[in-house]
Design a protein around this ligand. Structure first.
Ligand code: XUL
Length: 513
């Protein structure tokens, strides 16, 4: 058996797969808001950060790890696990002092990871991908290397606020003593991997590319970018390695407490989007995936790195080899949830029944569907902007509001993904909201392409488990054929005669493009 973790914004999941039978054996999840309410983070991050700051408490991720393992080991003998893989929300960073390895290696099983490792955090909270507070640091980094075109040429993305480099620079500027006391800076993925393997784990090329620090062509830390970020940074960064390559054995704490075999390997973790590319069977170039999670993302495998001239899109390492492109939209599920709550309705209103009370195009009622700062396009919205009938602009008529939000989300996505140059012949949809036929229909209509879904919704955890098998030499493409088959009944075709070319132009005008 192989175990994959996905440490996402709102939850931690663990999935066990059997590559021989081709089955998912067990899956357990811990939701931070519901299961660990004492961290005061109902959506997985500390609410009400100032000036765009969005942080999470890394002890919460550790407590969730203990809890998921407790739940898994209650139902399965974990000594059957031959290797562990994992994925994490991208860009978030964890700052550790020099005591980390000693503490995890000598951990007492009667204690919990959160209290064992709490004294090792040289920065008490972790900035995550939703943070938009580092505009100044981005400008300084870009200026230092000769402009954003150069940052993009080197790293695959212009300097972006949520990317780890500018977050590190901010920490160095506001807390130089804390920075000096930091021995290692990890991403969420490499941090979880380090805990499980009880030693500092490498960062993979998929997640490493989300830092503005990695030279994309060389898959190595870029001296010029590091120098533009903070002093002595090379000493504080882990090494870089391919995702799925083995980085050691599971630590004694996990062997003694949860029954893992001492010979269970740990593979290098990756970001949630690269892992999802694997779990969606989409590592080969050209297969477009849309993932509807806390953030909505649009990504695809690529043969050669080719960057977004407008600077919104990114190029990352592809765990299957080569590259992948990605565009991320911050107002994903959180915006859908905000409108649902504003209208005091439930998800049924977003499904086919609710949406069928309105027509594609929504009789011209259009919404810029942003409930907070957006990253694509980068703008500090404080609420949605409506254009249409008087009634609609006053926020009335629930079904029209819902269609406007969904059409707005996918028109914005279509508008900002044209640089990739793939007119999708077919879209694979994943993430919690992908289960809704109504939402899938809007995606099919706006992109004018059939939408298919796999039977499992947690493609990042599946991708992580599939990557774990590669430590034993399993062939990723062959296993993707087994695990990532789209289910035929879940295929949604674009409605005949529906065309969004005109609404797309109107949306661009409303956005001010
Ligand atoms: C991608 C991004 C998000 C996070 C959280 O660039 O910021 O998708 O990975 O899921």
């Amino acid at each position: 058996m192989y175990l994959g973790f996905d440490s996402s914004t709102q939850s931690l999941s663990g999935m066990i797969i059997d590559p021989v039978s081709g089955e998912i054996v067990l899956e357990k999840s811990v939701n931070f808001g519901n299961d660990l309410p004492h961290y005061g983070a109902p959506s997985g991050f500390i609410p009400n950060g100032t000036a765009g700051e969005v942080h999470s408490d890394p002890r919460m991720w550790l407590e969730a790890l203990d809890e998921v393992l407790k739940r898994l080991s209650a139902e399965i003998d974990l000594s059957c696990v031959k290797a562990i893989g994992g994925s994490g929300q991208q860009h978030g960073s964890v700052y550790l002092d020099e005591t980390f390895e000693d503490r995890i290696r000598n951990a007492n099983v009667a204690d919990h990871l959160a209290s064992i490792l709490a004294p090792s955090f040289s920065r008490k909270t972790s900035p995550i991908w939703m943070d938009t507070s580092t505009g100044q640091q981005c400008r300084e980094m870009a200026d230092a290397v000769g402009g954003n075109e150069e940052v993009c040429r080197i790293t695959g993305s212009v300097a972006i606020e949520r990317f780890t480099g500018s977050q590190i620079r901010k920490f160095y500027q506001v807390d130089p003593a804390g920075y000096a006391n930091t021995a290692k800076i990890h991403l969420v993925s490499s941090f979880m991997c380090s805990v499980l393997s009880a030693s500092h784990a490498p960062i993979d090329f998929g997640d490493g590319a989300g830092m503005n620090l990695m030279n994309l062509a060389q898959c190595a830390w870029d001296a010029k970018m590091l120098e533009a970020t903070a002093p002595q940074l090379i000493k504080k960064l882990p090494s870089l390695a391919a995702s799925g390559s083995s980085c050691g054995l599971v630590g004694a704490y996990f062997v003694k407490k949860y029954g893992f075999s001492p010979s269970c390997k740990v593979g290098v973790f990756t970001g949630d989007n690269p892992a999802s590319l694997v779990g969606m069977g989409a590592t080969a170039a050209g297969q477009v995936v849309i993932s509807l999670g806390t953030s909505d993302t649009f990504f695809a495998g690529m043969n050669a790195a080719h960057t977004d001239p407008r600077g919104f899109g990114h190029v990352f390492g592809n765990p299957g080899g080569g590259y992948m492109c990605l565009v991320c939209f911050r107002n994903g599920s959180l915006a859908r949830e905000a409108l649902r709550d504003e209208l005091s309705t439930d998800w049924n209103a977003f499904d086919t029944g609710g949406l069928s009370q309105t027509q594609p195009g929504n009789e011209g009622n259009m919404m810029l569907p942003f409930y907070g700062p957006e990253i694509t396009p980068r703008r500090d919205f404080s609420g949605p902007i409506r254009q249409g009938s008087e009634d609609f602009e006053a926020g009335h008529n629930a079904t029209t509001q819902i269609r406007a939000l969904l059409e707005g989300q996918f028109l914005n996505m279509r508008l900002h993904t044209d640089w990739i140059g793939i007119a999708p012949e077919k879209i694979r949809l994943t993430g919690g909201a992908s289960r809704s036929n109504g939402i899938a229909q809007v995606v099919a209509d706006v992109f004018h392409a059939p939408v298919e879904r796999l039977s499992i919704a947690n493609s990042a955890a599946l991708g992580a488990a599939l990557l774990a098998t590669t430590t034993d030499g399993y062939d990723l493409l062959a296993l993707q054929k087994v695990f990532c088959q789209p289910s035929q009944d879940a295929m949604i075709l674009p409605a005949p005669g529906v065309n969004y070319d005109v609404p797309l132009k109107q949306f661009a005008v409303l956005l001010g493009n």
